[in-house]
Design a protein around this ligand. Sequence first.
Ligand code: ADP
Ligand code: MG
Length: 758
Amino acid sequence: MESPEGQKMLEFRRSLPAYKERDALLNAISQNQVVVVSGETGCGKTTQLPQYILESEIEAARGASCSIICTQPRRISAMAVSERVAAERGEKLGESVGYKVRLEGMKGRDTRLLFCTTGILLRRLLVDRDLRGVSHVIVDEIHERGMNEDFLLIVLKDLLPRRPELRLILMSATLNAELFSSYYGGAPTIHIPGFTYPVRAHFLENILEMSGYRLTPYNQIDDYGQEKMWKMQKQAQSFKKRKSQLTSAVEDVLEDADFRGCSLRTRESLSCWNPDSIGFNLIEHVLCHIVRKERPGAVLVFMTGWDDINSLKGQLQAHPLLGDPSKVLLLACHGSMPSSEQRLIFEKPEDGVRKIVLATNMAETSITINDVVFVVDCGKAKETSYDALNNTPCLLPSWISKAAARQRRGRAGRVQPGECYHLYPKCVYDTFADYQLPELLRTPLQSLCLQIKSLELGGITEFLSRALQPPELLSVQNAVEYLKIIGALDENENLTVLGCNLSMLPVEPKLGKMLILGAIFNCLDPIMTVVAGLSVRDPFLMPFDKKDLAETAKAQFAGQEYSDHIAVIRAYEGWKEAEREQSGYEYCWKNFLSAQTLKAIHSLRKQFFYLLKDAGLVDQNVENCNKWSHDEHLVRAVICAGLFPGICSVVNKEKSIAMKTMEDGQVLLHSNSVNAEVPKVPYPWLVFNEKVKVNAVFLRDSTGVSDSILLLFGGNISRGGLDGHLKMLGGYLEFFMKPALAVMYLSVKRELEELIQR
Ligand code: ADP
Ligand code: MG
């Protein structure tokens, strides 16, 4: 690299803390099979260490034979990092550096360093159990304790003795490196001493005081002479008092017209430190303060998720100051955004323009935005948890851990001393857990169990018991039972042909099953749309302030079908039609649809098609695969077959609908569902993809199905404890379970239906 730009890049690389440890790192790696590397975020672990290895392999004349794989928990970081590393090397992506994520990649014949998602490496293990030809595996961000990473660690532990020359490097941002080191029998740990500037933390109290509000100081009780019980009571009292003080203070601040003429939603502003939602107004207020009063520097706002980011972005865009593009560059950063938008995040804005990035917790560790000086932390992250007893996944914004809050704060001190605004009181921070629970202990394990079987890793329970922190037995049993119900495993826990096919598809087992049945029943197009929609997200937007209009728009698509899934099919079809006439955007605008999501669905559909074709599941004569696509009866049936046993019975009461699922008893329909508004659902059953426990159990999406469809396309429901009606049907089901028989059903469905109705 002779060019001045190349020289500058080289200097930059040498200025990173990791550079000082280069030799120590390479030495340790050459002498040990497993090495744990820890270091402050931004010190150069992800971008530098893999390059050091590549460079040293080239120096040792092994450049052509080495193959370094570096896994990332998220696709966006795999893409961003590979692009960065290629740029640092003065190359194009796909030369020596490449990336591969689900359904996408850039990788050439000479690629020696591959950044991929952890899922991709697991997939590779399917066809290449010993990772032949791989010289180094680097597992990044292990401190996050993602499910895939924890899983990979078990697999690699088994693999290492078979591949003595393979090198494994584990990289972690925080200092719990000993945990990983001891899991690998005391592997050496190298810490990269970091450099960050001090960051001043402002908690809600300080923020309010900055705004001229005096609060009596929080009574820290640390008198060790007192009884513990008494202390706790005292603390609780003090907390309560504090809470009511803060409540009124926040209210006051936001009601103070002088303070900022922002619109007021008192309930919402209060919720700024209620774990269920975040106070947008408070965020707006803090951002205004920064833009008006503070020194230059980018702002990073941590939000809980994509929908929050979108609604906040909408609100800020309408603001006279924050929405002014000559003063503020407003960007969003989350896992599912397109890569074109991604790049903007790293770029410097024009002089006088302040960059504000609204991000999910992804920006905590995996990507580094250099010019951040201010961090606004809402204190929450959407965390999946799993209620094994009720077999229900929960997705709730919940308080982050102390480690995460520290990490968020640290993001402000990359280039100069920074400021962090924590939008919650210090006393709430004090109640945070030290670390977050590993994902393996808080998610349903179906996909994972399927993977264990398809990788032939032995008995599921035994395998998972060897994890860093093994999941509850009940969670494992639930997952295995589920896989048996959908027919992916047989009674002896062996993979069935269906299970084998499902493990090759990069979607959840039930969605994979739906795709396969869509192909078998020749109604592939609509089914691909449904599956893509369910694995990306709902394309229907439900803006807070226009919910009624949005609901009406969605209801129009559903028509008399009583199906959120069919509404998506129709919305997508309509959008494609509009795109052909160059009016896609107007169409989306008018119908409250997200063009971005529809585009994502569109490209995912294409990928599904090729995957199914490769797997030999699509009819040779491609036209055939849509022969029955217009038969909505059949489409409904395939949706039912895929989503089963996600089913609830409908009891129409006068005004509301009472519903029961097998496990939960009474459930409610999410207000975004088209069936929530319909007074009378003329179907005895609803199938659903997702139920979430918030305060009650909600079904997010649903499709009405008749007895006959359930009978022929559902599985064996006599297992569950539903009412007598279902038990009787269960008897028939045993007989009709095979899809092949359902083909027969198609030809005689009228007669059959009449028969059942009698
Ligand atoms: P770590 O993995 O230790 O958190 P990284 O290797 O990701 O650190 O980043 C090292 C440094 O490289 C960061 O501090 C940042 O300055 C720079 N960097 C990383 N990615 C980019 C990017 N896409 N654009 C510009 N600079 C980047
Ligand atoms: Mg990193």
